[in-house]
Design a protein around this ligand. Structure first.
Ligand SMILES: CC(C)(COP(=O)(O)OP(=O)(O)OC[C@H]1O[C@@H](n2cnc3c(N)ncnc32)[C@H](O)[C@@H]1OP(=O)(O)O)[C@@H](O)C(=O)NCCC(=O)NCCS
Length: 160
């Protein structure tokens, strides 16, 4: 958990510097998070997001950090630490990451990743991974610019 919110700087497309706050998400953020999930391509409602947050916020393995400018939520990152059969220590996963369309390419995604990595490091997690769709080419460039490398392919299946 971040505990106290931490500040970063972002340069919005009009090239003005804005103060960016990264903080832990709360139940009251359900509407903003629902909106961000829709932007990520997962249509949902505030009611559904409240239910998800009840699980996520009470799960000690999960973290949800929000980016805010002038009190307005403009991005989120969700993470998970998990035990595995392959390693003795816990691993970290970035589960969800999205920045509001209007505010992309201003350093907000970078600040969210930095907050998540700091939190992982505080918990002794050194091995991070994430999955992303082939179609998210801009996200691929984003992750590569931050030192993430392509190491595999994701397979998915829906059980009936
Ligand atoms: C991917 C995403 C989170 C990046 O957030 P962002 O705030 O726009 O990214 P940043 O401004 O912090 O970018 C940091 C660096 O990543 C790289 N980058 C970011 N977006 C890029 C793009 N569209 N094309 C190429 N490089 C890009 C650049 O090197 C950038 O640094 P620079 O602006 O100084 O050149 C955002 O584009 C987004 O929400 N996309 C839609 C949802 C999504 O794909 N999420 C990931 C799911 S796995």
């Amino acid at each position: 958990m971040i505990g106290a919110a931490f500040a970063a700087r972002a340069i919005l497309p009009n090239e003005r510097l804005f103060d960016l706050t990264i903080r832990d998400a709360e139940m009251n953020d359900a509407a903003a998070l629902a909106q961000l999930m829709c932007e990520l391509g997962y249509e949902t409602s505030t009611t559904e997001m409240k239910q998800r947050l009840e699980s996520v916020l009470s799960d000690a393995r999960c973290r949800t950090f929000l980016a805010e400018i002038n009190g307005q939520v403009c991005g989120m990152i969700g993470t998970l630490t998990h035990a595995s059969h392959e390693h003795n220590d816990v691993s970290g996963k970035i589960i969800a990451l999205v920045v509001s369309k209007k505010q992309r390419r201003s350093g907000i995604g970078r600040a969210l990743i930095a907050a998540a990595e700091k939190d992982f490091a505080n918990r002794g997690v050194t091995r991070l991974s994430l999955t992303t769709r082939f179609s998210r080419e801009e996200a691929h460039q984003f992750y590569e610019s931050l030192g993430y490398t392509r190491t595999g392919i994701r397979f998915a299946k829906t059980l009936r």
